[in-house]
Design a protein around this ligand. Sequence first.
Ligand code: 3PG
Length: 209
Amino acid sequence: RTDLLLPILKGQPVIPVLLIDKATDAVPLARALAAGGLPAIEITLRTSAALDAIRAVAEEVPEAIVGAGTILNARHYEEASKAGSRFIVSPGTTQEILDAARDSDVPLLPAAITPSEIMAMREEGYTHLKFFPAEQAGGAAFLKALSSPLAGAVFCPTGGIGLGNAKTYLSLPNVICVGGSWVAPKELVEAGEWEKITALALEASKLSA
Ligand code: 3PG
C-alpha cells in the first residue's frame, strides 16, 4: 500500500501529530493546519475524543487528509479505519498490526529503530517507516548512519522534533518527512487560536532540506 502512503509522506515536510482532548476542536484545527499548507494530519488515539475527532475531520474537512496515530493493536486499526482514517501510524510494530494492515485498504506506516527491526520490516514489504522516538533513540546522527547499509529504508522521524532541528532530519537522504506536535501547541488549541496555528503550519510547510 505504499502507493497510497507515498503521496501523503511526500506531500509535506511536516506531519502534525495531534492530541485532541475535545472532539469539537478537530475541525477548526484541521482547517487551520490545511490553510497553513499541512493538509495531512495524524490524530493520535491517546485521548477518548480521538475517534470522534477523526470522524469529524473525515466528514467535514475535505481539504484535510486525516490519519490515525498511536495505533497499538488490531482493534485500534479497525476503529480508526472505520472512523475515516486514510493512513495509520504505529509507534512500534507487532504481528497483530501487520496482520490488520494486510486485511485493510488503509495503508500503514509502521515504526522501526534498530537495523534488525528495519530488516524485518523490509521482509514484510515495508520500505517507509516511522522512526520514534527520534531524538531519544539517537537522532539525526543515528539515522544518517543507517542510510548507507540500509539504503532503501526511508523514514518519517518523530519525537522531540521542532522547528529548530527539523531541517537536520530533512536534509538526510533517508528522511522523507518529519512528524511533530509543535505546530499545534495545547495552549493555542485550548484557546482556539487558529490563526496562530495556521502561522506555525505555514512556517513548517516551508521547511525543506
Ligand atoms: C509521536 O507520537 O509521533 C510523538 O509523540 C510526537 O512527538 P513530539 O510530541 O515530541 O513532537
